[in-house]
Design a protein around this ligand. Sequence first.
Ligand SMILES: [Zn+2]
Length: 246
Amino acid sequence: MAALCIFCSRRVNTEEHLWPKWLVNYVVQERSSKIDMEFATRPRKLFSGKYVTCRCVCKKCNGGWMSTLETGTRPILEPLIFDSSLPLDYIQQLALCLWTTKTAMVFDCVGGKAHFYSTADRQHLLTWGTPPPDSLIWIGRYENSYSLFVENHYLSNPGTENVLSEGCVTTFAMGRLVIQIFSARRGIYGEGRGGINVARKKGEWDRLLIQIWPVQQQVVRWPPPLSFGPSEEQLKEFAQRIGGER
Ligand SMILES: [Zn+2]
């Protein structure tokens, strides 16, 4: 059976770049590139190439709304990737959130079918123009300017007494910018209950990160007081911070 576009169910007939070409060219330049991709349920992959692609969308989506989103987000991403100090208003924070959600949904499908995000989650993004319910997004600064990193993992919280039953954490690093999106799914007990509250490992997260979804402040000032790095270990700890101690 032909693969179907994860956003509109038309036939897949193009390749989507996980990171857009302009972004990879800026960050990687002419150096040889190795991208460490860690997947929740599949073997880790050290990708030796520049452009990570995924056959999971159709031409109409790729050249239509996804291209518009990419073009609109580029002027916001660029200064963050290159480390310029600047304010981010509500519209800019929202654009970053949509881009992050779309990219996490595509990464969820790299090398196979979607593992966490559902058709309903993707429809929510398209219809309402916001991340799916019970999603949180943060941005932070990384000291290493030459970085392309992506990791995702899933959380499960079995038992009917828990508000959350499943979660997915996806962490990206692109130049100086790191972004993390956490999406949760509620169990039966969690329906109609208040905000999501998950265990996090200890860290100075409030000073390292700025929460951009749900938007908390109309204008935030970039960068945050503290930065990650320079070791990649800090980035990996950050990627694994949600879900408590193991
Ligand atoms: Zn499509």
